[in-house]
Ligand binder design. Structure first.
Ligand code: DNO
Ligand code: MN
Length: 388
């Protein structure tokens, strides 16, 4: 696997020199300052590319060129936004970058109810709690009929918990849920958020799938001609939330995706944390099945709980068997003679990083370094044992 590390650019408290020191050779980043839906201009791309190169690293993957909401909704100026996307693909290809991660999650990127959940060893992890989600959905957002989406047991707990929550606790929960990644939904108010959600009223899974298929049929031919690989990131968490349809959650969703347009450029970011939160996903089996489509790997582990809640565990612990996952990947790499770019996806906030209040949640240096180091050891152990 090609070892990479995510970097959020100048505003990131993790620097390119830090990334060099963790032992990664590749950087995963985006032009976070370009508004969603605008063209990525060549001079802006080269600027960042030179910065990365002069640190002795390579810009391995773009994560992400985000998809404008009008494209997901197929409404308003979506045709112009698709043309902009095509132009961005041409421009990055001209700079010699050939890999793009993107996602098709309506309104939000990944969603957690707690960004600083305390672990017993003193570090913190990201957590998604179904009861807190129900509180937000039914009592804070007050979405009509939302309560029917949750089981009676979850609603009982949510109702009694909400009634004893302080105003401050309600604000913290709201902030945790609305805090987007750079370039997604920064600084969103509850009212703005409600109106973004309402744009999706009545849009079914089938509608959203058809909009994704339309988008791919427009952009993939451009990407294919230039040798650019597109790699969709699965929905996180892999379930419908807040009434929004989610369409990349399972093996059959990925089957649909690859069937929208048959092209080596139409591929997947195999995120074991996102897909692993769905107990029905057999990850090693899916890796075998989509071997030709996996262009990018996000490796992390979640510990699932019976009611659908989960937290982000150590990279080698949790509900997914990381040994079998990495073994399946290495067998593909060996068979095809390739190295797939991989990044440790999220990490615990720990050690000195616990004092770092400006870090992006999940993206502190030390927790991800620990994850990368563990994965690197696992890779070496498997390779030596199986002569891969
Ligand atoms: C979650 C993370 C996400 C991901 C974006 C890609 O698993 O990897 O932040 O980067 O959804 O578009
Ligand atoms: Mn991921």
């Amino acid at each position: 696997m090609e070892q990479t590390f995510r970097w959020f650019g100048a505003a990131d408290t993790v620097t390119l020199s830090d990334i060099k020191q963790v032992g990664a050779t590749g950087v995963v980043t985006a032009l976070h300052h370009i508004p969603n839906g605008e063209i990525w201009k060549i001079d802006k791309i080269s600027e960042v590319q030179h910065q990365i190169k002069s640190s002795g690293l390579t810009w391995s993957f773009i994560e992400s060129i985000p998809i404008h909401e009008n494209i997901k909704l197929r409404t308003g100026d979506y045709l112009k936004r698709i043309e902009n996307y095509k132009q961005s693909i041409r421009n990055i290809a001209q700079c010699g970058i050939k890999n793009i991660c993107y996602n098709f999650m309506p309104v939000l990127d990944w969603t957690r109810t707690n960004l600083y959940w305390s672990l017993s060893n003193g570090s913190t992890a990201l957590r998604f709690d179904m009861v807190d989600m129900a509180i937000f959905d039914c009592f804070i957002l007050k979405r009509t009929d939302a309560c029917h989406d949750f089981s009676a047991e979850i609603m009982d707990s949510a109702t009694s918990k909400f009634h004893v929550m302080t105003t401050n606790e309600i604000e913290v929960l709201t902030d945790n849920i609305l805090k987007g990644l750079p370039g997604t939904v920064d600084d969103l108010s509850l009212n703005e958020f409600r109106s973004m959600l309402s744009a999706y009223d009545g849009l079914t899974h089938a509608d959203l799938k058809s909009n994704l298929s339309y988008f791919l049929n427009q952009v993939i031919p451009v990407a294919e001609e230039l040798g650019v690989k597109m790699a969709i990131h699965p929905d996180d968490p892999p379930m419908d939330i807040m009434g929004l349809p989610r369409i990349i959650k399972s093996e059959s969703d990925l089957e649909d995706l690859v069937n929208y347009i048959d092209s080596p450029s139409n591929g997947i970011t195999f995120c074991t944390g996102s897909l692993g939160a769905n107990p029905n996903n057999d990850l090693p089996k899916m890796i075998d099945k989509f071997a030709d489509k996996i262009h990018f790997l996000h490796l992390r582990n979640v510990k699932r709980e019976p009611n659908g809640s989960f937290f982000e565990d150590n990279h080698l612990d949790g509900s997914s068997d990381m040994y079998s996952i990495v073994k399946a990947i290495l067998e593909i790499e060996d068979k095809k003679g390739i190295q797939i770019p991989m990044r440790p996806d999220h990490g615990h906030q720990m050690l000195n990083d616990l004092k770092n209040n400006n870090a992006y949640a999940g993206y502190t240096a030390i927790g991800r370094l620990k994850g990368l180091a563990e994965l690197r050891g696992l890779e070496l152990g498997i390779k030596k044992s199986f002569r891969l």
